[in-house]
Design a protein around this ligand. Structure first.
Ligand code: ARG
Ligand code: ZN
Length: 898
């Protein structure tokens, strides 16, 4: 919605129950791209608990033709898009409300509501897209029964799908046909969906544990059927997992997934008819990487798990979004871990999840868009589908899981469904059920304080200090917490922070933990719930190394003055794989930030001496990991990957992105050169993983081989041997993981062969849209050799395969450059920021939701050093000065400047 006046702010505390309920909805669609006719017949009834008032129905970009109440014409008025009905029957009995509208799906470039993609109709209704289809009480607490009649030309739209069960279908005159669907479950409007077009399905019949038969379908365009095997397999695993782990079975005869290449987000959990971005459905070894395969499993799981956590129990209002998203992300993370199998593979998944939390959510929580997991206000709800709602929300659920234990969590889930099945509820309702099912748990003990995780924004820091008393043989650990102010929240009350820990002796052996006379084994979770608390462990014979926050037991920062020796001990010996990885991150992060501080004040930073920043001790420790005979390749790859530039930036008060880039690249080159024989050995041991299977062990080996090849190309830049091998691999590799890694190795070492390899890749893959996305993204992330990155991106904007309207393509080129190429984006001449502003404005005219995501690329501008800071502010101000900006982009830039 475009507005020229100040957009309205929606406040959480303004929630009131709806004045009317909609009990049933009968929708009839005559599908036509230019003009689709929608007849909406509802049974509506006054909510007796609310004072009498007019019925205000939401609508957007609709042409209204007719309104009938109990079959008769009625007076109505329009108010800011809403349709207002004042003279409605006073009786508490239901009345019939019939509304006839038309809309223009082919003109819908926002991809919200009913739209056309590649001659196929799709819908996206979350959060507020249903109002772009018909007038409605478009809010999640209004749950109705839906019957849907679809009519369309049979040749053009042979497949007609909607939620629930197919009731009947047949022919109509003039080459048209129809299908009638009925959804047996009540649902909010945001879960409505329809699809119509030329599609084909992979089908699978399954029998549940309870002996019920279900039909699973994955619908795609005809040429894509052979790329649906992994999605179907993932769906079958998800169904079985939810039954086994939570006793939750599929509640529909038929469950459908449909893929579209035009989609704003990842996927959508519409009841019985999930609609997915093709990126999270289509895969075969020639086109998809191991990461793609893993993402498909996780997103298919995520949307399927929403069937219970989201659909059966939904959100009372959009401030409660994390009720379904945080919980469902937690569930999909657990699903992926259970699928991964080994303890090591689980740790790898946890490290990957934590990396996202730290590099994306922590910055969000420290920036202008910081908001609580349950926000207090918003202008545009689509801006609040954030890493805070999703990933931090999942951490908040994970802490509850850890505080009540796995069985306790299952009991809490059971109680949650007993209490609230079929209802629209709040985050408080969920935590209360968890606590009530586990009355003796620390969660129940500290329930009110725990709930601050939902109401207070910002990433807390845990400041730890330890005192060893040799005479008393005790070790006293003091934990203090603090949390910085965030927009609108000055003072914070203490959080409830579970701190899982172990103590290591100088040889890295786990020490037995004794607290208040109790033997706790070698690992224990302390619950920090006050501003500061101390614990004294007894029976400690020598100065221990604390291994704190194992597995990142809470979404916090840890401030503890580790010595290098302590970190080296942890890296070599910690029984917690997560903290082993963490030790390497801390060691290298500290060196990076010290080097950056040391070069501060230098003209560009580029001329500083950045050779051999890593001391021998650290290089040697990393070498031991790389050569380790037992550790999994996937884990090695994570340990040997330096902290990202954006993570390094977050540790600094003043950010010079060029200096960060220079220092990190220098460290990378040092590791490449110092460990050349080890990289070569790692490459040779892992370069060939046999017949392709997208499972964690083989994927880890491919990841390590990919890193090794990158390092080898970097180590001997100019020398043709490794570049030649990489080039050959781009041509010969039998899977996309190896192929893309080899291409990246050439690009990131600025090899003269990169251009030819890109060309080869393009010619081979030009008919695969998802692979072309990778081709664009690889170039958008290319090193900025003499300012070449931006001109290259601008040239690609003109490439015949570039389409700004397609969100995946826009993300692959424009977003990758602005978000994932800091060395190329943050230019002294500000041209990167000018480009960003131009693209935000261009996208805003097409698709405000996608534009608002791009608008967030400069969120952290206030941390930037001169000259970047002022140039970034100017670029944001230029966007903000545009008069006909969407609410979506306006909210983001206003908060950034505010
Ligand atoms: N509920 C969907 C999911 O988590 C995301 C839908 C987001 N849609 C939006 N317009 N913001 O899978
Ligand atoms: Zn979700």
């Amino acid at each position: 919605m475009k507005t020229e006046h100040t957009p309205a702010v929606v406040q959480r505390l303004d929630y009131t129950a709806p004045a009317f309920w909609i009990e049933t909805v009968e929708l009839t669609f005559d599908l036509d791209p230019a003009k689709t006719r929608v007849l909406n017949k509802m049974q509506v009834r006054r909510n007796p608990d609310v004072p009498a008032q007019p019925l205000r129905l939401d609508g957007e970009e609709l042409n209204l033709a007719r309104v009938l109440v109990n079959g008769n014409g009625t007076s109505f008025k329009m108010d800011g898009g809403q349709l207002v009905l004042e003279n409605l029957p006073e009786s508490p009995e239901p009345f019939a409300l019939e509304i006839f509208t038309t809309c223009a799906p082919v003109k819908n470039t926002q991809l919200s509501g009913l739209y056309v993609s590649q001659d196929t109709f799709f819908t996206q209704c979350e959060a507020q897209g249903f109002r772009r289809i018909t007038y409605f009480l478009d809010r999640p607490d209004v749950m109705a029964s839906y019957s849907v009649l679809l009519r369309a030309d049979k040749a053009q739209y042979p497949v007609l799908l909607s939620n629930g069960n197919l009731v009947e279908s047949g022919e109509l005159p003039e080459g048209r046909h129809f299908a009638r669907w009925h959804d047996p479950h009540k649902k909010p409007s945001y879960l409505f969906a329809l699809v119509a077009g030329k599609l084909v399905a992979r089908e699978q019949k399954i029998t549940s544990r309870a002996g019920k038969e279900h039909l699973l379908q994955v619908w795609v365009r005809p040429g894509d059927l052979e790329k649906t095997e992994h999605a179907m397999r993932s769906l079958m695993h998800a169904v079985a997992w939810d039954e086994a782990r939570f006793g939750l079975s599929l509640d529909l005869e038929r469950f459908m997934i449909v893929a579209t290449s035009d989609f704003n987000m990842g996927a959508m959990e519409n009841k019985g008819l999930n609609i997915f971005n093709t990126k999270y459905v289509l895969a075969n070894q020639a086109t998809a990487t191991d990461t793609d395969f893993a993402n498909i499993e996780s997103v298919v799981g995520h949307e399927y798990f929403h069937n219970w956590t989201g659909n059966r129990i939904t959100c009372r209002d959009w401030f409660q979004l994390s009720l379904k998203e945080g919980l469902t992300v937690f569930r999909d993370q657990e699903f992926s871990m259970d699928m991964a199998g080994s303890a090591s593979a689980r740790a790898v998944k946890r490290i990957e999840d934590v990396r996202v939390l730290r590099t994306v959510q922590f910055p969000e929580d420290a920036g202008p868009m910081a908001h609580p997991v349950r926000p207090d206000s918003y202008v545009e709800i689509n801006n609040f589908y954030t890493v805070t709602i999703y990933e931090k929300g999942a951490e908040v659920v994970r802490m509850q899981h850890n505080l009540v234990g796995q069985d306790g969590f299952a009991r809490g889930m059971k109680l949650y469904f007993e209490r609230f099945d079929g209802q629209a509820v709040t985050c408080d309702d969920f935590v209360q059920a968890m606590a009530d099912a586990n009355p003796a748990s620390p969660l129940a003990q500290h329930l009110d304080a725990f709930k601050r995780w939902y109401s207070q924004a910002g990433t807390p820091t845990v400041h730890a200090s330890g005192v060893f008393d040799a005479a008393a043989q005790t070790y006293t650990l003091t934990l203090r917490q603090s949390c910085p102010a965030t927009p609108g929240q000055g003072d914070k009350q203490p959080f409830v922070i579970p701190v899982t820990l172990g103590l290591l002796d100088a040889q890295g052996r786990a020490l037995p933990l004794q607290l208040d006379g109790a033997d706790l084994g070698t690992e224990h979770t302390l619950v920090l719930h006050e501003a500061e608390q101390a614990w004294t462990f007894t029976g400690i014979a020598s100065q221990p190394t604390p291994s704190l926050l194992r597995g990142l037991s809470a979404p916090v920062l840890l401030d503890y003055p580790f010595t290098e020796a302590e970190l080296l001990t942890q890296l070599a010996h910690d029984s917690d794989a997560f903290n082993r990885w963490e030790a390497a991150q801390r060691l290298t992060l500290r060196i990076a930030t010290n080097a950056i501080a040391a070069t501060a004040g230098a003209a560009t930073g580029a001329e500083q001496n950045t050779a051999n920043l890593l001391p021998e001790s650290v290089v040697h420790a990393l070498q031991s990991i790389l050569e380790h005979p037992q550790l999994d390749a996937a884990f090695k790859e994570l340990v040997l990957t330096l902290p990202s530039e954006s993570y390094i930036a977050e540790q600094l008060d003043s950010v010079d992105p060029q200096r960060i880039h220079t220092v990190r690249e220098a460290m990378r080159r040092q590791l490449a050169q110092a460990l050349q024989p080890q990289w070569q050995a790692a490459y040779e041991a892992n370069a060939h993983t046999g017949a392709y299977r997208p499972e964690p062990v083989a994927a880890g080996r491919r990841a390590l081989a990919g890193l090794a090849l990158n390092m080898l190309c970097l180590a001997v830049q100019g020398d043709g041997v490794w570049a030649g091998k990489a080039y050959q691999r781009v041509k010969d590799a039998g899977n996309m993981t190896d192929k893309a890694n080899a291409l990246q190795a050439l690009i990131h070492s600025s090899s003269p062969l990169a251009a030819n390899a890109l060309d080869y890749f393009y010619r081979q893959m030009r008919h695969e849209p998802l692979v072309l996305d990778k081709w664009f993204a690889l170039q958008a992330a290319a090193p900025d050799v003499q300012g070449s990155a931006l001109p290259a991106v601008k040239a690609l904007l003109k490439h015949p395969d570039f389409v700004l309207k397609n969100p995946n393509r826009a993300r692959s080129l424009v977003f990758t450059y602005c978000n994932a190429n800091p060395g190329g984006f943050h230019r002294q001449d500000a041209a990167g920021y000018v480009f960003w502003a131009d693209q935000v404005l261009a996208l805003d005219a097409i698709n405000p939701q996608v534009a608002a995501r791009l608008a967030r690329a400069l969120d952290r501008w206030k941390k930037l050093a001169a000259p970047y800071r002022e140039a970034a502010r100017e670029a944001i101000a230029r966007v903000a000065a545009k008069t006909d900006l969407s609410n979506d982009v306006r909210e983001v830039v206003a908060r950034a400047l505010g």
